[in-house]
Design a protein around this ligand. Sequence first.
Ligand SMILES: [Zn+2]
Length: 509
Amino acid sequence: MVASILLQGGTVLTHDKHDHVHAAKADLLIEGNLIKKIESGLSPFPGTQVVDCTDKIISPGFIDTHHHVWQTLLKGRHANHTLVEYFGPGEQHSIDMKSRNFAASVHSPKDIFWGELGGALECLDVGTTTVVDHASVNISADHSKAAIAATVSSGIRSIFGYCPIAPVENWKPFTLGQNLLAEWVLKTLEELGLKSPFGNGRVQLGLAFDGTYLPKEVLMNLFSKAKAAGVKIITTHYVRAAVPSQAQLKAIETLHSHGLLDSSILFSHGSNMDPDEAALLLNTNSHVSVTPSTELQMGHGEPVAFQSKLGIQSHCSLGIDCHSNNTASIPGEMRLLLQSARGTYNQPFLTQSKVPAKVYKTVEEAFNLGTINGARAIGMDDQIGSLAVGKLADLVVFDASSPSMVCGAQHDAVAAVVLHSSPGDIEMVVVDGVVRKQGTRLSAVDVAAGRGLWAGEERDILEWADVARILVERREVLQETLEKIDYDEAKAGVIRAFYVNERNIVDSL
Ligand SMILES: [Zn+2]
């Protein structure tokens, strides 16, 4: 018999065809992995799990369209970093700065497994049901397989962006791997393509690739290989001007000139794109993931989603980027984006001794970036991103009577989620019809669920407290390794590798 769950008496948030969000009391019936009914007065069948949702808000699960999910062991290291410092060079606390591709190089497959599992569980805990994973971990095939195994174990829905990278081959003298697309890298892509999707269809293979500066033939060959392997989404970082290097100039124009820009392309950031590139994005139905926390902190530039001069809001969604730097909460990013855009909008009025007549953008527009727009970015808006009969059962239940949400939730449920909620208000998370969090606690994890792909971990069922203990142990081992690295040598190597022009890094203008 198909498992069923009846969420009774909650305030259900549904989208109409104009993307307006309506809050109405209703029951919601899940059968298997689908939303079967949303209506009042539903009665449970024998065997149906009934959840009393009186004083609860039932929201679509959040969609995070850019995240390096493996980075859990690096949390807390980038709090005061610019983007250039995050990449490697920096002036202070140098030992803690090895990050991203470089820190992945000192992760074993087992470290990647636990880091990835920790990251995916944080996503679930904060209500993210689907993530686009820019999995910059492909030191070896086993590293990527361990990451997919952990994703499967976690229970989250994912586009796993298999990511060819240039790992550190030697720390002293500092050398990066030169062949981004070595034979084994492409063979692993094909092998994963044959095995995907993973986890009963929850985890699909994508491609994450940052070598858009490579020759046209190389990119065409890679993209066609990826599509032959079943890849539907190709994601790439694009931070124009913010990295003082030659590596990322005009990625949108470049891909378009190669004939490769279409709805399969998902840029992360898109910072400082010009109106011509914005027009190309709209014309080709490609998308951008905006990550307010990292973009505002690290100096990428003003987030593009609410920039009226670009007009690309319909093709923007939200991502976390680095949970090593900030929380994984998509409502948190909705809030930060909305209020920072309002601040930017208001300032010119005030500078001219005027006041704006109305507030800039709405909580509904911010909410949509983290729900239905995220689904559109990955071509899954017929399956996820809103609550509707026939869609996949990916949803979040908030406590509408918590100290932070009470009264706000009863007055305007969308405002309550965007401006008042915290992850602690999330009582229940369901992905693909399976309960992954209930009573504000994460469900136990089946560590063995991805063993068919990577068998490097022998444990089976673990509670979150056990996962947390293992993460702390592995962080300590990683730290010992990082402390042995010659920082000065690494910094010089990173500057060479990324063609950083140091004269452009200044303290003041
Ligand atoms: Zn990123």
